[in-house]
Each structure stands twice: as structure tokens, then as C-alpha cells.
Design a protein around this ligand. Structure first.
Ligand code: AHM
Ligand code: MG
Length: 347
């Protein structure tokens, strides 16, 4: 179980202590601090709701704004993207940013100093939930620029999740929380709105190995492939089935909120490949969603898999690549992998 922390340890102090312990460099510390500041701004915009004039779709009447994946953009998607880009442009720690909302990476403008990190983000994940006042979040991932401080291109971002030097998300819920890993455990910080600071509230989050809770959009069941059908059938059979216990289901349709629940009390989160669009390997994106969440979950003792391989080992081919996602309590992820191995004739 995770320990409750004295709330006076701020994110700033945590990061400085990580630097002193030789676990992160000064530049990475400053980069994370900038991302946290941007998330605070996004949190303020999200929490204003209808009063901020930022709800609804982006674009003008009759012409909805779409992102690279052909999905309608919300005003807050665009605003959050702009906040993150602007906050990170001038700090001198980054070579480029890549975002779920942009076709290609955006190198740091020539007017500013460049650093040797690459930042990826999904500025507002679960944004279809904004208009109904359900939790949404920002997900981010940090890689090293393989060519030092030279101009960065999309190709430089194509590194496996195991190369991430930091990953995290900020959840905009009843409270705003930043959950972070720099490769030494997964830790949660809660935003103290009066102080404008994130305070450490849960050091070393731990996901129990076993669970009786799963999260999946069951409305897609008829499109799933056989191992996925077999796995969920066993869960739904409950006590009378081969698993011998009843399972509960939760689906918020905000990955950040579903993963936050799993980091807090266990569970398995699933977004599998399905036949609706056979050309797409899944709905969720490897670089902006699966890899950062995979690192956070593994650092909390859980597992993250495509059903056939560890997510963090998937070699990326494209910036906006999609991937099937099974992550959370490790024995449950192993159960899903077993079904895939059986279906593939490997078990
Ligand atoms: P988004 O990045 O466009 O918001 O899409 C990702 C979201 C996840 O947060 C969530 O788990 C999933 O899409 C929900 O999908 P569905 O609406 O198919 O249930
Ligand atoms: Mg999104």
C-alpha cells in the first residue's frame, strides 16, 4: 500500500532532492517544473468550465477543427496545446515538442536556446468528457534528443518507451494531481490552489498484483479478436467461471482517470485492437498515451502490454502510431497475455 506523505514536500523540493541524489539532471528538473506550471494553467482553464467560454468544439460554425487523426478538436484541446507549447518554448531545455494535436513535431524556434530533451504530450486526454464535467488530463513523456542539441525531426522521437527519462500525467478532477516518474518509483502530487504549488501526497504508489476490477468499453465487444473475447468471457463468468471470483467493471472514457484509479487501488485498463478499422492497431497512441502510462504503471509495480509484448519495448515506426493497451495489476495483465499466447498457438 502507498504511504500518506507529509504535504509540505513540494514538487520543487522533490525534484531538487532527486537532482542531489544524482537521479536527474538540472535541465530535466527544470523541464518538469515548466510542464507542471503549464498544467496548473490548464487546470485553471478547465476548472472555469462554461464561465471561461472554453467549452465546445474548436473551429468556426460549419467547419469543425480536426487533428491529424481526423478527430474533432475541442477548444480546450487547442488551448491546452498552446499553453504547453508556449511554456516550453523559451526554457532552453528542449530541442522540440511533439503533440497528439499536431501533424509533426515542432522544433524550438531559432530565437530561443535549445536543449537536449524531446517532450511529447497529449495536451488534454479524454477531451470528449469536458462538456459533461468529467475528469480529463494531460499526459507527457520526455526523451533524450539522440543528436544532442541539433535540429530535431519526427524521426528523433521514434524511440521505444524504455528510453523515456520521465513521464507523467496531470489529472483535472475534484482535485488536480500530478503523477510523475523519473524512473525511480511513481509519485503523486496534489495542487494546493492557494499556494499554486504541487505537494507530494503519495510517495511510491503501488499497484496490487491481483485485482477484481477491469476497465474496457464493452460496446465494442463484437469487434474484438478471439483472445480478447475469451478473456472478458472469463471475467464476466465471475465466481461460477474458471477465475472463481466476481469482477467489477468501471469505464470513465478518460484514460487518465481510469489509470489514476488503477494506480490508486489496482485494476486492469484495456483498449484492445478491434475490427472497426482493421488498419488501426488500436485507438490509443503509443507515444502520447501508452508509453508514458506504461512507465508510470511499471514503476508502480504493475505491467503494461499490447497482449503480445511489453509496451515499452515496441519499436515506434510513426509519431502517431496506435497500439493495443492492457495495463495495470500484473497478474491480470499476465492472464490477458496468456489468452493471446493460446490464440497464437504459443501456449
Ligand atoms: P483522446 O485522446 O482523443 O481523448 O482519446 C483517448 C480517450 C481515452 O482517454 C479513453 O480511454 C478513450 O479515448 C475512450 O474511448 P471510447 O470513447 O472509445 O470509450
Ligand atoms: Mg487527446
Amino acid at each position: 500500500m502507498s504511504t500518506q506523505e507529509n504535504p509540505r514536500v513540494s514538487l520543487t523540493r522533490y525534484l531538487i532532492e532527486e537532482q542531489r541524489a544524482g537521479r536527474i539532471e538540472a535541465d530535466l528538473r527544470q523541464l518538469i517544473a515548466v510542464v507542471a506550471r503549464a498544467c496548473t494553467s490548464i487546470s485553471i482553464a478547465v476548472s472555469k468550465g462554461a464561465l471561461g467560454g472554453v467549452l465546445g468544439d474548436a473551429g468556426t460554425a460549419g467547419s469543425m477543427s480536426m487533428n491529424i487523426q481526423g478527430e474533432a478538436q475541442k477548444k480546450l484541446d487547442v488551448l491546452s496545446n498552446d499553453i504547453l507549447l508556449e511554456a516550453n518554448a523559451w526554457g532552453g531545455h528542449l530541442a522540440a515538442c511533439a503533440s497528439e494535436e499536431m501533424d509533426h513535431c515542432q522544433p524550438i524556434p531559432d530565437a530561443y536556446p535549445r536543449g537536449n530533451f524531446l517532450l511529447l504530450f497529449d495536451p488534454l486526454d479524454g477531451s470528449s468528457n469536458i462538456d459533461v464535467n468529467v475528469s480529463v488530463g494531460t499526459i507527457f513523456s520526455v526523451l533524450r534528443h539522440p543528436d544532442g542539441v541539433g535540429a530535431a525531426t519526427d524521426a528523433h522521437f521514434l524511440q521505444p518507451g524504455s528510453a523515456q527519462v520521465a513521464a507523467g500525467y496531470c489529472i483535472y478532477g475534484p482535485s488536480t494531481m500530478l503523477v510523475l516518474s523519473v524512473g525511480h518509483g511513481t509519485h503523486a502530487f496534489t495542487l494546493d490552489r492557494e499556494q499554486g504549488a504541487f505537494l507530494l501526497t503519495q510517495r511510491d504508489m503501488r499497484i496490487p498484483a491481483d485485482t477484481a476490477e477491469f476497465a474496457v468499453n464493452v460496446s465494442n465487444q463484437r469487434h474484438w479478436e478471439p483472445p480478447m473475447q475469451a478473456y472478458v468471457e472469463e471475467l464476466l463468468a465471475g465466481k461460477e467461471g474458471p477465475r472463481g471470483k466476481d469482477f467489477n467493471m468501471r469505464w470513465i472514457a478518460s484514460m487518465v482517470a481510469d489509470v489514476h484509479r488503477i494506480l490508486t487501488r489496482g485494476g486492469i485498463f484495456i483498449y484492445p485492437w478491434d475490427r472497426r478499422d482493421p488498419g488501426k492497431a488500436g485507438k490509443l497512441r503509443l507515444m502520447y498515451e501508452a508509453n508514458p502510462m506504461g512507465l508510470l504503471v511499471e514503476q508502480a509495480g504493475g505491467a503494461a502490454s499490447t497482449g503480445r509484448e511489453r509496451i515499452l519495448d515496441v519499436p515506434p515506426q510513426q509519431l502517431h502510431q496506435r497500439v493495443p493497451v492492457f495495463l495495470g495489476s500484473r497478474n491480470e495483465v499476465a492472464a490477458v497475455e496468456r489468452q493471446h499466447a493460446i490464440a497464437d498457438g504459443k501456449a
